[in-house]
Ligand binder design. Structure first.
Ligand SMILES: [Zn+2]
Length: 97
């Protein structure tokens, strides 16, 4: 069993940091932790939480949508634009009947 390099306390399984002094057990643990945080920050739930916590919710929502759109692959963007255009034409067609 590995111990904390700072305080020597025994390692808690499946954690990257020592719970007592918040020190990473190793450099690899630090990298794994950062990777986990990075992946977590990209989830839909994390986006929602950030929007909810923001002071200016509208601005935060706009930023999130903007970032989300930029990170969407172009194939998906083309599909979305096509679907929206189709819906628009459909609604417009119905309204002008
Ligand atoms: Zn410690």
């Amino acid at each position: 069993m590995k111990n904390c390099p700072q305080c020597g306390q025994e390692r808690v399984a499946e954690t990257y940091k020592c719970p007592a002094c918040e020190v990473f057990y190793s450099q690899l643990d630090e990298l794994l932790y950062e990777e986990q945080q990075r992946l977590e920050a990209k989830t839909f739930k994390a986006h929602l939480r950030r929007i909810w916590a923001a002071e200016a919710k509208q601005q935060a929502l706009r930023d999130a949508l903007h970032t989300g759109w930029r990170e969407t692959p172009w194939q998906t963007q083309v599909t979305l634009v096509t679907v929206f255009a189709f819906i628009f034409v459909l609604v417009f067609g119905v309204l002008t009947l």
